[in-house]
Design a protein around this ligand. Structure first.
Ligand SMILES: CCCCCCCCCCCCCCCC(=O)SCCNC(=O)CCNC(=O)[C@H](O)C(C)(C)COP(=O)(O)OP(=O)(O)OC[C@H]1O[C@@H](n2cnc3c(N)ncnc32)[C@H](O)[C@@H]1OP(=O)(O)O
Length: 261
């Protein structure tokens, strides 16, 4: 496991991939990519599964607002240049899979330098990304993320499903926190490579109705050494109504941190 993860994260640790301010993200379609980091993310599912499902593509549950915003950002992933092929635009869609590791060979399991066992094959094979583990379309978290490398921004379009209820008819605060962590965490990961959330500070300003679609916009505040500071707003789809505000601190980590070494 340690060796497998080491291989997977090799791209993150390349000296050619420092703080990713100047690094290029995946191009419009997110099919081919340029940075070692984004290449690594996109390679993760295909390394373990022949047919990974990208959950951030439209499905039958997406309502008109979700589709409208998806098309709005998607249309800015590629730009037409007269007489030339389409070129990458300012925004790029981030694909989203429901697992990062499927199986590891038994031989790779899992005695760590610290002597502990990391994850059994059974547990790891059942592991799923929290936000993608309800497979009924539209029931829980429907979302898609786009990043803008020039503006150092990330946008999440989030359609709230009926299984996310907290207060009657409204979205659970933990589900909102989950999506804020997902957008800001993905943004920090794109900027800085592998990170973990160290601090997440949330102000809930107005309840979000179940079934509504909201915009989650995150911006880079600053980077200092291993720290990436990001702030985030959850608003209505026209930006006028503020639902939630947050700030987050992410710390860059090494693989050995994840493995408990
Ligand atoms: C992995 C990639 C996969 C790729 C796949 C594709 C991407 C797919 C994206 C999905 C997006 C989902 C995003 C979910 C992201 C989570 O949910 S992560 C899970 C929740 N977070 C955790 O469990 C983290 C638990 N905490 C820890 O592991 C450790 O405390 C940390 C955060 C790594 C920090 O530990 P450490 O590295 O030992 O750092 P430490 O030396 O204590 O502190 C370093 C500096 O940070 C400061 N600091 C540390 N903690 C704090 C704090 N809480 N507040 C303020 N300052 C702090 C210290 O004061 C210190 O400052 P200086 O003295 O250097 O100025």
């Amino acid at each position: 496991m340690a060796r497998s993860l080491g291989r997977l994260f090799k791209g993150f640790q390349s000296p050619a991939f420092p703080k990713a301010m100047g690094a290029e993200l995946c191009p419009a379609t997110c099919v081919s990519v340029r940075t070692p980091f984004v290449r690594t993310i996109l390679a993760l599912p295909s390394a373990f599964s022949s047919k990974p499902q990208d959950f951030s593509l439209p499905n039958s549950s997406w309502g008109p607002e979700m589709l409208r915003l998806y098309n709005h950002y998607k249309s800015q992933c590629e730009v037409e240049v007269e007489g030339e092929e389409k070129q990458e635009g300012p925004w790029q869609r981030l694909p989203s899979y429901n697992r990062s590791l499927k199986f590891t060979p038994a031989a790779d399991l899992c005695v760590l330098p610290s002597g502990g066992v990391y994850l059994s094959k059974t547990i790891q094979s059942k592991a799923r990304l929290f936000t993608r583990n309800i497979t009924d379309p539209g029931a829980a978290f429907e979302y898609v993320l786009f990043v803008n490398k020039e503006k150092q921004k990330c946008v999440g379009i989030f359609q709230t499903g009926h299984l996310l209820e907290g207060p009657p008819g409204h979205v659970h605060g933990g589900a909102i926190a989950t999506m804020i962590d997902t957008v800001t965490g993905s943004h920090a990961t794109v900027l800085s490579g592998p990170v973990m959330t160290a601090n997440l500070n949330i102000n809930y300003r107005s309840p979000i109705q179940l079934g509504h679609t909201v915009l989650i916009e995150s911006s880079l505040d600053k980077m200092e050494s291993r720290k990436t500071f990001i702030s985030c707003k959850v608003t209505g789809t026209d930006g006028s109504k503020l639902y939630t505000e947050a700030t987050a601190l992410f710390l860059s980590i090494s693989v050995s941190h994840l493995l408990g070494g």
